[in-house]
Design a protein around this ligand. Structure first.
Ligand code: ZN
Length: 65
């Protein structure tokens, strides 16, 4: 698939079963991370409750990272 966010495996900083975090290529601030579901979705509103939970779990982890 030709989607940049679905080809980020080499750049994962953090991951869990459903979500992953990467550093933003164009950071707004130091340590700016992006949190994304592993499944290809159109936008934030298309993610499931479980994926949303997985992303927020990673954000908590990322805060301590
Ligand atoms: Zn994708």
């Amino acid at each position: 698939m030709n989607c940049i966010f679905c080809n980020m495996e080499d750049n994962y900083i953090l991951e869990n079963k459903l979500a992953y975090a990467i550093y933003d290529k164009y950071p707004v601030g130091i340590g700016h991370m992006l949190f994304l579901p592993k499944r290809h979705v159109k936008d934030f509103f298309h993610i499931t409750k479980e994926e949303r939970e997985a992303i927020f779990n990673l954000i908590d982890e990322g805060k301590n990272y």
